[in-house]
Design a protein around this ligand. Sequence first.
Ligand SMILES: [Zn+2]
Length: 361
Amino acid sequence: MTTQPESDASFFDGLTNRRRAVRVRLGASLEILEKDQLIADWPLDAIRLVDLKPDAMRLRATHGQELARLAISDEAMMAALTGSCVNLLVEDHTRKASTARIVLWSFAAAASLLAVIFYGVPLAADRLAPLVPASLDRRVGEMVDSQVKTIFGDKLCTRADGRAAFGKLVRALERAGNLDISPAAEVLDSRTPNAIALPGGRVYLFAGLLDEAQSPDEVAGVLAHELGHVAHRDGMRMLIESGGSSFLFGLLFGDVTGSTAAIFAARTVLNARYTRGAESQADGFAIATMHALGRPSQPMGEMLFRITGNQRGRGPGLLASHPYSEDRLARMKAADGGQSGPPILDAAEWQALRNICKPEG
Ligand SMILES: [Zn+2]
């Protein structure tokens, strides 16, 4: 007999506002216990996702007290529930799935199904990600993007001279890295030092990273690392890997609606870690891109080491790969080719970039 996953959770009974500390046990159903007393027992196929934050999910059940909610922040339990609750992403008032969505998803879903059957999902992800049409990447990226803005705020930094400098930096990296997906990069007005790449080529540099940066080469290298994830389509790969067969079947048969698929995609992209292999490839891309520009690769390693090493909490993007290990820094140092090319930004442009979130004037 295998042990049943258990974790702490918060329960709201739907009758009062009180948050009740409970224990949940996942077996043939989801048992909710308060001081060892069973207070609710949810059939797995009745469990639905209400919403999610970067590190918590809220659930409800279609049986029993309609307004009851369960909040779970235990990572292993969230993963176990995502795998066990076949209807997690189903909306009950299912609208007819739009034709456009079915067309968008069908290619990936049909191919995924075959791959699930023949190879198992992890291998499928590697085989599939390069085959998924760019339009699907963009669509998923848009869905994740709306969730990112809900979580981190949607204020972008747009001071004109800063944007010009940022655009110059991104274009230089795009050319040097030979990207075949044109990235849409923006600076997000958030004080956390972070950067994240979403499927479809959307890249956010969090303004906190500019506060921490000591040179344009540090910022360029970190951005190049994120562009490496874009070039390798790591977001889509992770989504296919994490989706599991129920998600893929849902996509194929159209009972996963746009909004729930968006929540799933966001949860995956914002919570999951890229594999060591994916991180190493993104580092390799960043090193090659900096070389092509005649710029050093060591500064990016130092910056990544500095910010992920200091980070106590967890987070998406860069922070998910915390801590940036000694061996990765050593690789950046060993590969450093010095400064054979001109600075990517001059002193005035660098200043403008650092002030990109300040008001105009
Ligand atoms: Zn990374």
